[in-house]
Design a binder for this molecule. Structure first.
Ligand SMILES: [Zn+2]
Ligand SMILES: [Zn+2]
Length: 404
C-alpha cells in the first residue's frame, strides 16, 4: 500500500467541503473588492525565494523543498504565495504601467519542509491577495476590512494586531538602536537570538522564548521612533479602524517572518486553536517589486491559512438537495437517462443504474441526501410516468415523463 507523504494530507468529504466553502467565500468577497484571479506555477527558481523571502529566514534557511531538476536548474516548490505573484507582475511588465492599479487573488498549496506537528503540514494551503500600485494607507485599511468581511462571512472571531515596520528612513536608525540594546543583554538571550543580532535583529522581537520576551519588554520600540510619513500613516490607519468599529491591538513586537515588509503589518489571531495562533497576516511591501528588479511599485497584501481556518469555520447546515432517480426493472433503467438530463438543467441529480425495489431506492436517496426520490416502477414504465417523493414534505406524486 502506498501512503501519502509525511506531512501531507488528503481532504475528502466534510473536510473538503470546508475547504471549498472557505475558498469560495474568500473569492466572493475579494471579487467585491475588485480582485482578479492569478494562477502562478508551484515550482519557481530557488533564487526567487532566496532573494524575496531572505536567506536568513527559517523558510529559506531550513524549510525549502528545493532540488535540482533534470535540466540542472535549482528549483523550489513555493513556500509562500507573494514572491511568485510579484515575479509574474514584473515579468508581465505591469510594473511599467505606473498609473494603473492591479489587484490579484490566488489560492493553492504551499510547501515547507518542517517537522510535521499538529496544525503544521508540509503541504498546506493559503488564500491571498496582492494589491499593486496603491501607496495610500486607505488601501492597507481596505485590505484589513476585506479580511474582516471574510472572517465574518465564515463565522470566525479574531483578534486583530497591528504594527508599523517603518520605512528606509526610520527603520535603519531604529535597527541600530535595537542592535545596541540587544548587544547589551546578549548573554541572556537565547542562541537563535544571538545569531539574529547580526543576521536579522528585527526577528529577535518575534522570538518565542519566554526569557527573550521578558527582556524585550524594555527594548526600544519602532512605533515610538517612526518618521513623519510612517507615523502619519499609522495614525490614519488607527483612525479608520476606530471609525469603522474594527477593534485592534497594537503589538510593537509584531514583525512579519519575511524581510520585504514595510509600514503597515498586521495579523489576525484566533484564540480558539490551542494556543494563540495567526490565521491571517500581511502588510505593506513597497520595496519588494524593486528588490526583484522591477520598477519601484507600492504594494500591500495578505495571506490566510486555510487549514487553520478549517478548524474554526462554522459550516452552513446542509439540507436535502436535488433528485435521486432509479428504476425497479431493467426496462425502466434506459428511461432514466433522459429524465436525469432533463432534471440536471436545474437540479443536482444522482442516477442509480441498478434496478432495485422501492425501499432500496429510498435508502439510496437518503445516502446522497437527496430531497426527492424519483422511481420508475413497472406500472410507471408502461404509462411513461415517474413516482416522486418529496423527502422533506413527505408528499408523493406521480408525474408524466414530459412534465418531470
Ligand atoms: Zn518611515
Ligand atoms: Zn530568543
Amino acid at each position: 500500500m502506498i501512503n501519502a507523504l509525511r506531512g501531507m494530507k488528503d481532504l475528502t468529504f466534510e473536510e473538503s467541503e470546508r475547504f471549498v466553502h472557505i475558498v469560495t467565500t474568500a473569492i466572493g468577497i475579494s471579487k467585491k473588492y475588485g480582485y482578479n484571479y492569478i494562477e502562478t506555477p508551484i515550482l519557481e527558481e530557488s533564487k526567487l525565494f532566496k532573494r524575496s523571502v531572505g536567506e536568513s529566514s527559517d523558510i529559506v534557511g531550513k524549510e525549502m523543498y528545493q532540488f535540482e531538476d533534470k535540466g540542472g536548474n535549482d528549483v523550489c516548490m513555493r513556500p509562500e504565495g507573494t514572491a511568485g505573484v510579484v515575479r509574474s507582475f514584473i515579468q508581465a511588465k505591469l510594473d511599467r504601467r505606473q498609473n494603473e492599479k492591479f489587484k490579484f487573488y490566488y489560492y493553492g498549496p504551499m510547501f515547507r519542509y518542517e517537522r510535521p506537528q499538529k496544525g503544521r503540514l508540509r503541504e498546506f494551503h493559503q488564500f491571498g491577495c496582492e494589491s499593486f500600485g496603491e501607496a495610500s494607507v486607505y488601501e492597507d485599511f481596505t485590505i484589513i476590512q476585506m479580511i474582516g468581511d471574510i472572517f465574518k462571512a465564515l463565522g470566525i472571531g479574531y483578534d486583530l494586531q497591528i504594527n508599523s515596520l517603518g520605512c528606509p528612513t526610520c527603520m535603519p536608525p531604529y535597527r541600530q538602536n535595537l542592535i545596541n540594546f540587544l548587544t547589551e543583554c546578549q548573554d541572556e538571550l537565547c542562541e537563535d537570538c544571538n545569531r539574529r543580532i547580526t543576521t536579522n535583529p528585527i526577528r529577535v522581537l518575534d522570538c518565542k522564548n519566554e526569557k527573550c520576551q521578558s527582556l524585550l519588554t524594555n527594548s526600544p520600540k519602532l512605533i515610538n521612533s517612526l518618521c513623519d510619513s510612517c507615523d502619519g500613516d499609522f495614525k490614519k490607519l488607527v483612525k479608520l479602524l476606530k471609525s469603522e468599529n474594527i477593534s485592534y491591538h497594537i503589538d510593537s513586537n509584531l514583525v512579519r517572518g519575511l524581510d520585504y515588509y514595510s509600514k503597515t503589518a498586521f495579523e489576525f489571531v484566533s484564540n480558539n486553536i490551542g494556543s494563540q495562533s495567526a490565521i491571517a497576516g500581511g502588510g505593506r511591501y513597497d520595496k519588494l517589486v524593486e528588490f526583484l528588479d522591477g520598477k519601484s511599485t507600492p504594494a500591500v497584501g495578505f495571506a490566510l491559512g486555510i487549514e487553520r481556518i478549517m478548524e474554526l469555520v462554522q459550516m452552513p447546515e446542509i439540507s436535502r438537495e436535488g433528485y435521486y432517480i432509479g428504476a425497479m426493472k431493467q426496462e425502466g433503467v434506459d428511461a432514466l437517462f433522459s429524465l436525469a438530463s432533463q432534471k440536471r438543467a436545474t437540479d443536482k441529480v444522482t442516477l442509480e443504474y441498478a434496478p432495485k425495489k422501492l425501499k432500496a431506492h429510498l435508502k439510496g436517496a437518503d445516502r446522497v441526501n437527496a430531497r426527492y426520490c424519483a422511481v420508475v416502477g413497472e406500472d410507471e414504465f408502461k404509462e411513461q410516468k415517474v413516482w416522486v417523493k418529496d423527502l422533506i414534505q413527505k408528499q408523493e406524486s406521480v408525474i408524466n415523463w414530459s412534465d418531470f
